[in-house]
Design a protein around this ligand. Structure first.
Ligand SMILES: [Zn+2]
Length: 227
């Protein structure tokens, strides 16, 4: 595993923190992000701070057990109570270097309503997200959350936590953020279509054709493919 430049990782996490807050994917002090710096260290957001008000020095470094290490021990801040969920992702997905957990309202509202986000309506969402799996409800900030996502995250880069939030993962924190953005955009488009009274989905043939051109974009179809 290539060690990442910590300063660059801090700058990228700051950019994603501000973007996620400005886009309305989290409010107040909600949400948490992390970047796996190397085999032993994770950079993560501090607990209880608004993501729009962070600076690069606010991020914390922990080991893979979630304990603060190095210079971060001198800071008065603590890592997010949901860091354990991120560490579960890194344990199950060695290919993943960043995790974004947010509370995008439209996508989460679909889980509150018990309506699946699995309609093939947008080519971009079909190719990058597939049908979005939903982890069963788990009490936030407890080990229940880690267990609820452990199996699901092995086969998807984007999932929802029922009545709670989203979890997107990637090789970079921007990859994980773009999945969040596509997820919420897809949920909003589906919601509006339902409000307009009609949802015309892509045919199976159109979906298969999309998968056949994946290589043009240099991507693999999501494992949780829309049927
Ligand atoms: Zn949360």
């Amino acid at each position: 595993m290539n060690p990442l430049n910590e300063f660059k990782a801090r700058s990228e996490m700051l950019a994603v923190s501000k973007l996620a807050y400005e886009r309305g994917y989290l409010c107040g002090t909600e949400g948490n992000f992390s970047i796996r710096l190397d085999e032993k260290r994770v950079l993560t957001t501090p607990r209880g701070v608004c993501k729009a008000r962070l600076s690069v020095s606010d991020f914390l470094v922990t080991n893979l057990d979630g304990d603060l290490i190095g210079e971060s021990l001198k800071q008065s801040k603590k890592p997010s109570t949901e860091l354990a969920m991120h560490l579960t992702v890194y344990a199950e997905r060695p290919d993943i270097r960043a995790v974004v957990h947010a509370h995008p309202e439209t996508a989460v509202a679909f889980t509150v309503a018990g309506i699946a986000l699995d309609a093939p309506i947008l080519p971009e969402a079909v190719l990058t997200l597939g049908a979005i799996p939903v982890a069963p409800y788990a009490t936030p900030s407890t080990s229940e959350v880690s267990e609820s996502i452990r199996e699901i995250v092995k086969s998807t880069d984007c999932l929802l936590l029922k009545n709670h939030g989203s979890l997107t993962v990637g090789r970079t924190i921007f990859d994980a953020f773009y999945l969040l953005e596509t997820l919420e955009h897809y949920a909003q488009t589906l919601l509006i279509s339902r409000q307009l009274g009609k949802v015309e989905v892509l045919s199976e043939e159109q979906v298969q054709k999309l998968f056949s051109i994946c290589s043009i974009y240099g991507i693999k179809p999501p494992q949780s493919s829309i049927k």
